[in-house]
Write a protein that binds this ligand. Structure first.
Ligand code: NAP
Length: 253
């Protein structure tokens, strides 16, 4: 990834679910722009591999195992960041699950709980732990989805949890102002493991590409650029907003 600016020099950024895909690219982008980045995901092996890659690019990196719904691991993520770097400037909450393609009325209670827990509640609990360390000029970014605006079939309850993040962005922007800005990125479709079931089949992929104005799927770097902008001082007068990064796919007026 070629990056010219250094907007995060001297800053410390935590990115959850960041050992591959969009989260990894966000950590990489923030790191290449000068941040010390704290990356995490469920599997230690994935953490170790991602730390190696980032360090190989000259990025100051701390890697920790953190399943976002594990209270102790969330606390450790915050505390070990403070122990090592003494502060937190940016938190990007990126983890999500999409365990079912069932319609909402057919979705089992255990699956409803899991969707709420990972996609919404864990973000709130992480910020409850992190907020006391977020000082003037800090920034939080949530990763929602284009599915938040019109939850599609097969992604419907997942989409509803992503709609909840739009509300959470507004509510926490008010609660955390003026010291901390809270914004959100709503990605379109991006080829990652998460979206494999949508993007590997050729005809399905073509149909998704045709729904964009730009004729292509998004890249993890497209999402990283948007998250970095919102987290940076370039967006210092922006809070409570969601930036749709979906190649012109329909979202809202
Ligand atoms: P991905 O490439 O599959 O990467 C997921 C990352 O999250 C991995 O590093 C994984 O590592 C980690 N992870 C998964 N569950 C976790 C958990 N419970 N706790 C902590 N880490 C966890 O996924 P992605 O496509 O980049 O998705 C990232 C975000 O973008 C999600 O919020 C998703 O809803 C959103 N999004 C994606 C798309 C798309 O088309 N890809 C579109 C809209 C929105 P481990 O396996 O080691 O945990």
């Amino acid at each position: 990834m070629e990056v010219k600016g250094k907007r995060f020099e001297g800053k410390v950024a935590i990115v959850t679910a960041s050992t591959q895909g969009i989260g990894f690219s966000i950590a990489e982008r923030l790191g290449l722009e000068g941040a010390a980045v704290v990356i995490s995901s469920r599997r230690q092996k994935n953490v170790d591999e991602a730390v190696e890659k980032l360090k190989g690019e000259g990025i100051e990196t701390l890697g920790l195992a953190c399943h976002v719904s594990n209270a102790q691991q969330r606390k450790d993520l915050i505390e070990k960041t403070i122990q090592k770097y003494g502060k937190i400037d940016v938190i990007v909450s990126n983890a999500a699950a999409n365990p079912s393609v069932d319609g909402i009325l057919e979705t089992k209670e255990s699956v409803l709980d899991k969707l709420w827990e990972i996609n919404v509640k864990a973000t709130i609990l992480l910020l409850q732990d992190g907020a006391p360390h977020l000082k003037e000029g800090s920034s939080v970014v949530f990763i929602s989805s284009i599915a938040a605006f019109q939850p599609p079939r097969g992604l419907s309850m997942y989409g509803v949890t992503k709609t909840a993040l739009l509300g959470l962005t507004k509510a926490l922007a008010a609660e955390m102002a003026p010291n901390t800005r809270v914004n959100c990125v709503a990605p379109g479709f991006v080829q990652t493991r998460f979206a494999d079931f949508l993007t590997t089949d050729k005809s399905r992929r073509k149909a998704l590409e045709e729904r964009t104005l730009l004729g292509r799927l998004g890249t993890t770097q497209d999402m990283a650029a948007a998250a970095a902008y919102l987290a940076s001082d370039d967006a210092s007068y922006i809070t409570g907003e969601t930036l749709v990064v979906a190649g012109g796919m329909p979202s809202r007026l």
